[in-house]
Design a protein around this ligand. Structure first.
Ligand code: T1G
Length: 710
């Protein structure tokens, strides 16, 4: 059937191979091709069994997500396609075996569940990640998986969406045999011989839809569902699909299969058309779109990165060294004094030990990683490093001095990267003889955990250094986003007005804890005050002092956090900031802060008033959107969706809202502009509407359309 599905026969076993790179998604033509294969082999007397396998690097990784937009926009109907295929597989009179390598995800795993048996390479993973797209398994996975794997495993997989190893799948009856070997050839041979065995043994062959042994009674299951709902609310706060997936799985216990699949279909449809699903699918494709840099083609040659060196063993430098070690890249870690080096290295060890305690890493893994990190106070080995990352104190003079040093030491062609979070890459590059090799690699703390990496392109940065940085981000398991060299780049430049407005709201009478509650309920991981306390209020104070241009004369400047710093309240690190912190880092509102706010507001003549939750939300979130629009019109970000990814991966913006720019699209840019203009009339300068926002709003446009027009 076409070139998406290939049919062959091995030792009397019909092999149906899906050939739809890169992930064998169930794009139009693939279900039809599989169905054709099952029907042909079913009527071929020379074929005694059937194997379904994925060509290339993986089994079927799910439905083609690109098709969902066509369904929700009415462009096409969601056909019975995949479901007919799964029913044909399950009703085949000949044994059907799914041969799994890579990832059998979503509709891929549901197709495999329609087969009578499943075999897998040990390196394979299976999963129902649909909830990460705001939907639920829609091809009977919520009904078959409980019957195959039992209720608890099915609930965990369908509600949380995380992948499961082949071994774990085998332990739970999802996989019938693990195939030894590392590749496709061994898998195919193993699957063919397994299928031949089953054919020789004769039927009937097990149909997951008819299994009942693993299903508890509704009474037995009730506490399991209650616990699953509590867990989903805790681990996926604000997400709708996990709870909907649990509702669907519950039908496997309370309804016969034929009724359960109808209920699943209704719930699937409801989720597919939800704003959360559109936001999460936007996030899925946006995370992959960031890799595309218009003037740096995919085939741009990259420089080989075999070893690295990091200067500065503080929180950031230590985390960066860990990120390199975790990617298997040997890394030197330099500090000025032995004492500072020992302190930094001790922190690295502590971080690894915590990961072992949490079961994230094994002791052997940690030993291998530590062996890749060379702590030192001298420069030895720097001349051989392929990349040198500067992670010293956020002070321009110091950074320029360091870059002068490494310019003299580094070999020709080495990449010189700064981890600066706001300072000009061009100015830093000017202290070297090789500005074309200089680039910003802005990690987010903790650098060994946070996935965002802002890659800051200087005016002179060469294209192959950009391409190498984008590829290196993936090796470091980071989401690398290319940004321009403005003050604060993209993330921090937007975060500045976000936190400025939060301070203004507190000075105007909103309780700090109320501001945080509103943003927490919106879905943010933490509210702006709590984030300030976490990062350190003195950081912002230093920025305001070192960059007076941020607050031109006559513009309102925030007063509260300077006042808190003068009180010695820097945040968590001083056990007091916006909140007072207990020994267990618990947050407590503090009357001293309320008194300070009243004093500061009185001195500044700021009128106190009741402030609604809606104003709190709109003031801080639209501050992000307005600044983001300015960044786009100035050309410091390639796409609005890049800004969304920066906020999802670097600032805890709720993924089910898609990011600040996508969220603004869902509100409607006309409404957003009206609010911005209202704030502009009330609060002046800072709320001047960005021209791109005005232009799009006045033309009923969206940021997403603007991206597509580029
Ligand atoms: N549909 C369409 N395109 C997909 C895709 C998919 N399911 N998965 C990946 N791609 C594209 C991706 O956009 C990128 O494109 C390229 O493939 C490589 O992806 C019926 C309804 C499989 C673990 O959620 O988790 O089934 O940028 O960079 O890092 O109930 O892709 O190159 O143009 O991510 O090696 C359920 C989603 C769907 C799996 C591979 N399945 N994909 O990771 O490659 S809903 C999923 C992934 C469903 C059923 C329901 C990962 C991966 P481009 P990549 P990778």
């Amino acid at each position: 059937m076409g070139d998406l599905v290939r049919l062959s026969v091995e030792d009397g076993v019909g092999v149906v191979t899906v050939e739809n790179p890169p992930v064998n998604a169930l794009s139009p033509g693939v279900p039809e091709g599989i169905l054709d294969g099952v029907q042909r082999f079913g009527s071929d007397e020379n074929v005694r069994a059937i194997v379904l396998i994925g060509g290339g690097r993986t089994f079927i990784a799910g439905a083609d997500i690109k098709e969902f937009g066509k369904i929700t926009s009415g462009e096409k109907r969601r056909g019975p396609g995949l479901i007919s295929v799964i029913e044909a597989l399950e009703n085949s009179s000949k044994p059907v075996v799914a041969a799994i390598h890579g990832t059998a995800f979503g509709g891929g795993l549901e197709t495999a569940q329609g087969c009578h048996y499943r075999v897998a390479l040990r390196s394979a993973q299976v999963g129902q990640p649909e909830v990460k797209l705001g939907i639920i398994p829609g091809a009977h996975g919520t009904q078959r998986l409980p019957r195959l794997a039992g209720l608890s495993k099915a609930l965990e997989m369908c509600a949380l969406g995380d992948p499961v190893s082949a071994a774990d799948a085998a332990d739970h009856g999802i996989v019938d045999r693990l195939i030894d070997g590392s590749g496709y050839t061994e898998l195919l041979a193993g699957a063919v011989s397994f299928a031949a065995e089953k054919a020789a043994a004769g039927g009937p062959h097990p149909k997951a839809s008819e299994l009942t042994d693993n299903l508890p009674t509704p009474d037995e299951a009730a506490p399991v569902f209650a616990a699953a709902r509590e867990l989903a609310k805790a681990k996926r706060r604000g997400f709708m699909a996990p709870l909907k997936a649990i509702d669907a799985v519950e039908c496997a216990v309370t309804l016969p299969f034929s009724e359960g699949i109808k209920r699943e279909a209704e719930i699937f449809q409801e989720c597919l058309f939800s704003t959360q699903s559109k936001a999460l699918i936007h996030a899925f494709f946006s995370e992959r779109r960031v890799r595309k840099v218009p003037d740096v083609p995919k085939e741009t040659a990259t420089r080989e990165i075999r070893s690295a060196a990091v200067i500065g063993a503080g929180t950031m430098g230590g985390g960066i060294a860990m990120a390199y070690a975790n990617a298997g890249i040997p890394v030197r870690l330099k500090e000025v004094t032995q004492e500072a080096l020992d302190c930094g290295y001790a922190t690295i060890r502590k971080n690894y030990e915590r990961s072992v305690r949490r079961g994230r890493f094994t002791p052997e893994y940690v030993q291998q990683r530590l062996a890749l990190i060379t702590p030192q106070t001298g420069w030895d080995g720097f001349e051989a490093a392929d990349i040198i990352v500067e992670a010293v104190f956020e002070n321009m003079a110091l950074k320029k001095a360091v870059f002068g040093d490494i310019d003299r030491l580094a070999r020709p062609g080495a990449i010189l990267a700064s981890n600066t979070s706001t300072l000009s890459i061009d100015e830093i590059a000017s202290s070297t003889s090789r500005p074309q090799d200089v680039i910003g690699h802005h990690f987010f703390s903790p650098a060994n955990v946070m996935r965002l990496l802002e890659i800051v392109r200087g005016a002179a940065t060469s294209k192959d250094v950009v391409a190498t940085s984008m590829a290196l981000a993936r090796r470091l398991r980071k989401v690398g986003v290319l940004v321009g060299n403005c003050h604060g780049f993209v993330g921090n430049r937007m975060f500045h007005p976000y936190r400025r407005e939060a301070q203004f709201l507190a000075e105007e009478g909103a309780r700090p804890a109320e501001v945080d509650r509103v943003l927490y309920e919106f879905g943010a991981a933490m509210g702006p005050m709590a984030v300030g306390d976490l990062a350190g209020l003195d950081v912002g104070m230093r920025v305001r002092k070192e960059a007076p241009h941020l607050y031109p004369p006559g513009t309102r400047r925030p007063l509260a956090e300077d006042a808190l710093c003068e009180m010695g309240r820097y945040g968590q690190k001083t056990k007091a900031g916006w909140y007072r912190y207990g020994q267990d880092r618990s947050r407590h509102e503090d009357p001293e802060v309320d008194a300070m706010l009243k004093r500061v507001a009185a001195e500044a003549g700021i009128e106190q008033r009741e402030i609604s939750d809606q104003e709190i939300l709109d003031r801080v979130v639209y501050a992000l959107v307005n600044e983001g629009a300015r960044i786009l019109e100035e050309g410091f970000a390639l796409r609005a969706s890049d800004i969304d990814i920066i906020y999802l991966y670097g600032y805890g913006f709720p993924a089910f809202r898609g990011g600040p720019m996508f969220y603004a699209d869902t509100v409607g840019l006309g409404k957003v502009l009206a609010r911005v203009e209202e704030f502009h009339s009330q609060h002046g300068h800072w709320w001047r509407p960005a021209s791109l926002l005005k232009e799009l709003a006045e033309n009923r446009g969206t940021f997403s359309e603007w991206d597509r027009s580029r």
